[in-house]
Design a protein around this ligand. Structure first.
Ligand code: HEM
Length: 132
């Protein structure tokens, strides 16, 4: 568990940089084309919402909940078909963003685990089991 996550991410500016880098990778990486297609052509609102969400979620000002109420992330992702491939594409973009933004390795480890859990929970597609 990482305490002071908001501080350690570099507060609003650090989180903004991480999220912008994340969506830049989603825009550019051929491996992420399936999830890019699920998003609007203009990513401005997606960038803003994820920035607002992570700011509050990491212990900073509750920007997202003030505007939109409880995140109810699983429900809000229901319009988009999300399976293992989409989950892994999202996590790949975040992994690249960690590296490029030089996020503290201990913070990376913590976020990697938590983001995996959240992304995995977003899955809403019937798929054959991967390991039998
Ligand atoms: C598992 C793979 C994921 C996919 C394919 C995905 C895809 C999307 C899409 C297409 C949108 C709509 C964007 C828009 O309206 O501009 C969205 C919104 C959002 N996503 Fe994800 N997402 C994933 C995982 C996550 C994770 C792990 C988090 C949090 C750590 C997250 C947080 C959000 C938030 C806060 C919104 C805005 C919700 C709203 O107010 O409408 N997503 N996502």
């Amino acid at each position: 568990m990482v305490s002071d996550l908001f501080e350690r991410l570099g507060r609003e500016l650090g989180i903004r940089a991480l999220i912008d880098t994340f969506y830049d990778f989603m825009n550019e990486l051929p491996e992420a084309v399936a999830i890019r297609k699920l998003h609007p052509d203009d990513l401005s609102e997606s960038r803003e919402k994820l920035y607002e969400f992570l700011t509050g979620w990491s212990g900073g000002p509750p920007l997202y909940t003030e505007k939109y109420g409880h995140p109810r992330l699983r429900m809000r992702h229901m319009p988009f078909p999300i399976g293992v491939a989409e989950r892994d594409q999202w996590l790949l973009c975040m992994e690249k963003a960690f590296e490029k933004c030089q996020v503290d390795p201990e913070v990376q480890d913590f976020l990697r685990e938590r983001f995996f859990q959240i992304a995995d929970f977003m899955r809403n597609k019937e798929e054959p089991a991967v390991n039998g």
